[in-house]
Design a protein around this ligand. Structure first.
Ligand code: FUL
Length: 591
């Protein structure tokens, strides 16, 4: 037998061993549940409870719960609509700040068993969880820590009840993909009749979030925990308008100042009236084009989007909301359907160990797990794609292999046009799970370059896609209702009076908070009075505008019954923070 020369043997061995080592993870990385969650992109929120019947955004805790009776509620039908829109999951408000529980909890009498719905035998949480399972959707729950009904709120008694509520929801309703702990704590409430302000001090301490989180991990280890004062897995996107800021980073500090992986969820509601359903809201639905912009400003920046669509008093979705949702859903599908870069030729200026396992072809193989990476120590890179023929696109989507952390801090996009490389986007500052960079105008070309100019460690990019924004259709138009011609005159600070030329029937009032966003003096409680002569007044409505701190939008509130009068008087009775009383606008409506 012929002997192999030693050098040849060594070369052969070296080739075999030259498979490059994968990059070590950089900084904090996602857990498997976080990774799965980030790849879901978007899902629905559903606010549906006692507020649906009282026309409120925040119930005080003493609502008459016999109002809850959604006679046409059909979870299956609602869930089928969400699925048709392309959503993989939804989250339901099992308990909002008013403390009413939509399942037969053992922790309080303020629950569904005391309502006429199905003669007290109903369970909305069960209905959703069954419908989710039937349609292959994931199901999550919102459980407000703040409870304006519970007598023990603010004391140790409530801590026990709250943990029990979590346990019930995470034990009896199958897999829960996400549990939402709202951060709102307004202070005042009914509290078993005490009707007072209760301070809880440090929320994480009072709600015992470290223990609560540990208990949830035991009950359902796959469940994503929202909020919980950064003890959870994901956190608020920072507005209720559905966008997150760019650059968008998954790594943030926890309460001890330690870096953690904790991605963002952007929340907003499809209807401008608020999170819960309100009468006459079909005129306030956000059009599909706006939903697409919201999608680009959340998912397109690397966050998840939770889009609220609220069932009405019958337990059904409003047709106007559904029309907008489905039109947007179709446009989103079209946007993602065609990737012009799929299987295109790709080249990099450097490849890790010259190993094809980390080669540029991985950027266009349609596999989110494989990735291109240069050698350790290289923190820049030029990636060039060549398409079989020129294509027209206006969105460049990039994805990092986030199993190894978030790394890229700066990049630009160049396109080959008129015989030269032209910069199409110079502003790239983060990628993460995904970023969709919309170019100023559609570009037609067969060559494109992504130039990474700054990265915390060697970049690990899994995909480059080229997409085209479709024409987003309009949802069917809905007849707008216009306000009555009320001319408000200011009398004293904050008190406004309007006089109609004749007796006029008023069904609702819309209040716009002060428009500069300043919380001092922002009116959050008011009284509306009516009068026939402008001298003797009777109160027609006294209420609170909830949730202004996080979402200072116009709120329209129905009067208990339409009121006919010539004069109406608006008197502020509370402000969010002390300060000079300010209101942005007042409108009266017939309905
Ligand atoms: C806020 C709440 O106060 C609102 O009522 C709503 O539930 C929103 C999603 O979160 O913090």
């Amino acid at each position: 037998m012929k002997k192999f020369p030693l050098t040849l043997l060594l070369t052969a061995l070296a080739t075999v061993c030259s498979a490059a080592q994968p990059p070590a993870p950089y900084g904090p990385v996602p857990t498997e549940p976080q990774l799965r969650w980030q790849r879901m992109e978007w899902y629905a929120f559903m606010h549906f409870g006692i507020n649906t019947y009282t026309d409120r955004e925040w119930g005080y805790g003493n609502e008459d719960i016999s109002l809850f009776n959604p006679t046409k509620f059909n979870a299956d039908k609602v869930v089928a609509t969400l699925k048709e829109a392309g959503m993989p999951a939804f989250i339901y408000t099992a308990k909002h700040h008013d403390g009413w529980c939509a399942w037969p909890t053992k922790t309080t009498k303020h629950n569904i068993t005391r309502t006429p719905y199905k003669k007290g035998k109903g369970d909305i949480v069960r209905a959703w969880s069954k419908a989710a399972a039937k349609h292959g959707m994931k199901f999550g729950v919102y459980l407000s820590p703040w409870d304006r009904n519970h007598a023990e709120y603010g004391r140790p008694g409530y801590q026990k009840a709250y943990m029990q509520q979590i346990t019930e929801l995470l034990t009896n309703y199958g897999p829960i993909f996400e549990i939402w702990f709202d951060g709102a704590n307004g202070g005042d409430g009914w509290y078993g009749g005490a009707q007072e302000k209760r301070n809880i001090g440090d929320a994480a301490t009072y709600y015992r979030f470290p223990e609560v989180v540990a208990a949830i991990r035991k009950l359902q280890p796959q469940c994503i925990i929202w909020g919980a004062e950064m003890y959870g897995d994901v956190h608020w996107g920072g507005s209720e308008k559905g966008f997150v800021k760019y650059p968008c980073r998954n790594v943030t500090k926890n309460r001890e100042g330690k870096d953690i992986w904790n991605p963002l969820e952007a929340d907003t509601t499809i209807n401008r009236r608020g999170w819960f359903w309100h009468p006459n809201q079909q005129t306030a639905v956000k059009p599909p084009k706006q939903l697409m912009q919201i999608y680009m400003d959340s998912v397109g920046r690397g966050a998840n989007l939770i889009l609220n669509i609220a069932p009405n008093r019958d337990g059904e979705l409003d047709a106007a909301d559904v029309a907008s949702l489905l039109t947007f859903g179709k446009a989103r599908r079209e946007l993602l359907a065609k990737d012009y870069a799929l299987h295109a030729a790709a080249q990099a200026d450097e490849t890790r160990g010259n190993d094809p396992a980390y080669g540029a072809e991985k950027l266009t193989d349609g596999d989110i797990e494989t990735y291109w990476s240069p050698n350790d120590g290289t923190t820049t890179g030029t990636l060039e794609l060549t398409l079989p023929q020129p294509e027209t696109f206006d969105i460049v989507r990039l994805r990092e292999q986030i199993r190894l952390g978030q790394r890229v801090r700066r990049f630009r996009i160049e396109v080959w046009q008129d015989g030269a490389w032209q910069t199409a986007d110079a502003e790239g500052q983060s990628i993460g799970n995904q970023v969709m960079r919309q170019l100023p105008a559609p570009v037609t070309t067969d060559r494109l370059r992504v130039v990474i100019t700054e990265s915390d460690a060697c970049p690990c990019l899994s995909e480059i896609s080229l997409l085209r924004m479709p024409l987003v259709g309009d949802a069917p138009a809905v007849a707008q209702d216009s306000p009555l011609p009320a001319h408000w005159q200011q009398r004293e600070q904050g008190v406004n009076i309007t006089e109609f030329t004749q007796e006029t029937s008023v069904g609702s009032i819309a209040v716009t908070p002060r428009k500069d966003g300043t919380l001092a003096g922002m009116v959050n409680r008011f009284r509306l009075e009516a009068s026939d002569d402008g001298h003797s007044w009777h109160t027609v409505l006294e209420t609170e505008l909830g949730n202004l701190r996080a979402n200072p939008i116009e709120q329209r509130v129905s009067l208990p019954a339409p009121v006919k009068a010539k004069f109406f008087r608006f008197t502020p009775t509370g402000t969010l923070e002390p300060g000079d009383i300010r209101v942005g606008g007042l409108k009266l409506y017939e309905k």
